[in-house]
Design a protein around this ligand. Structure first.
Ligand SMILES: C[S@@+](CC[C@H](N)C(=O)[O-])C[C@H]1O[C@@H](n2cnc3c(N)ncnc32)[C@H](O)[C@@H]1O
Length: 372
């Protein structure tokens, strides 16, 4: 039964180079006996005994992310539903894991550093294909790291497992051919750059505080810089030290008032949100009914944009940075450039600076620095 559903999932994903690994790695071992299900109450812990064995296996081998930890609480330790928080660990949907392994170009002979072991499922797929000796994986959370180690050992894999902050990389096994993160960063840690060999690659989700996600795929150059593109839009849990601070209280409708004809709903477009995030990298956003609020906790800067009349929106801003003005300028340049998709942007990382740019043809390029 288990082998059958596993083969069905592998057939559904249908990736020639990862199919054998998908057929071999028992996902049920990595997920364990408990997951969180989202419903109106928040994250509800579900034990496998609450489902028939067939339904449980169907869930394990469905192509979806299975959340195993919320707000630092493992599903097996949770009694009540947990409301209003982000998941902190999960087994990512297998088709996305495989797409990321493929984007990273991981193949036989590569030495790989994974950031975000999580359940250990993606680590196991790599161990199956490359051999355990080629894989190092780092997990921030001690309880999650412990679970993953138990599961990997039970499945017969013995990669180097490190419990710590993956933003530091793991110098002892460097240089790596491929670095793949399954948690999201705001900026590329320079240690990653130093631990990947020239010609090697860094593949990582980016997630800024406005909430725009992207998969960055970079090649490291001989001079220790890296550059690349955003082949896919992905949303991953933030690397814990890169998570946004709590937004706290804010006042709407106060500060300097102005008028705009730039529609704030552009932030509901994935690239529009990405551009806004580049322009105001320390801001977070929230919709209060039809009013957009941008808030930067660190500097105390704030902007809100409220529908005024058929001719536009009224803007209120206070604090040292004019958040909406910066976002509006960036959105206007992006619209002038023909509203290109995020996949047209590039990322360059040097030891001194990191920037995203967009080539706008004859008139040059637009450029935004990632937060230091
Ligand atoms: C989406 S899960 C990983 C999925 C996993 N690769 C799998 O297939 O099951 C993201 C993981 O990254 C971990 N994480 C977050 N910040 C981290 C950091 N700074 N260093 C290492 N791991 C981190 C989280 O604790 C979480 O377990």
């Amino acid at each position: 039964m288990t082998a059958k559903v596993r083969h069905e999932l592998a057939a559904e994903i249908d990736h020639p180079r990862w199919r054998a690994a998908l057929e071999a790695v028992p996902r049920e071992l990595f997920v364990g006996d408990n997951v969180f299900h989202p419903d109106a109450r928040g994250w509800v812990p579900v034990h496998r005994s609450k489902m028939s064995p067939e339904d449980w296996l169907a869930l394990i081998y469905s192509d979806q992310s299975l959340v195993t930890q919320v707000a630092g609480v493992l599903a097996e330790d949770a009694g009540e539903p947990i409301a209003n928080v982000w998941a902190t660990s999960s087994s990512t949907l297998p088709s996305l894991v495989v797409r990321m392994l493929d984007t990273a170009g991981i193949s036989e002979g590569d030495k790989v550093l994974e950031i975000g072991t999580g359940t250990g499922y993606s680590t196991a797929l790599m161990c199956h294909r490359l051999g355990s000796g080629a894989v190092t994986s780092i997990e921030f959370d001690p309880a999650v790291a412990g679970r993953a180690k138990t599961a990997l050992t039970a499945a017969g894999y013995a990669p180097t497992l490190v419990q710590g902050d993956g933003l530091d990389g793991f110098d002892r096994n460097a240089p790596y051919d491929r670095l793949l993160a399954t948690c999201a960063v705001r900026t590329i840690p320079l240690r990653w750059l130093r631990q990947v060999r020239p010609g090697g690659t860094i593949t990582t989700p980016l997630l800024g505080w406005i909430g725009a996600g992207a998969l960055a795929h970079l090649q490291v150059a001989d001079d220790g810089t890296a550059s690349g593109t955003f082949p896919e839009v992905v949303y991953f849990q933030p690397a814990r030290p890169h998570a946004a601070p709590p937004m706290g209280m804010m006042k709407l409708g106060v500060g300097d008032a102005s008028h705009t004809t730039m529609d704030p709903a552009l932030l509901n477009d994935e690239t529009g949100q990405f551009v806004a995030q580049l322009a105001a990298p320390h801001a977070q956003h929230v919709w209060v009914e039809s009013t957009l609020a941008l808030h930067d906790v660190e500097s105390g800067s704030h902007a809100d944009v409220e529908p005024a009349d058929s001719s536009g929106w009224v803007v209120h801003q206070y604090g040292p940075n004019r958040l909406w003005d910066a976002v509006e300028r960036a959105l206007a340049s992006w619209l002038d450039a023909g509203k290109p998709h995020q996949s047209a942007f590039t990322l360059t990382v040097t030891p001194e600076r990191q920037w995203v740019s967009l080539d706008v043809g004859g008139s040059g390029s637009l450029r935004w620095n990632l937060p230091a």
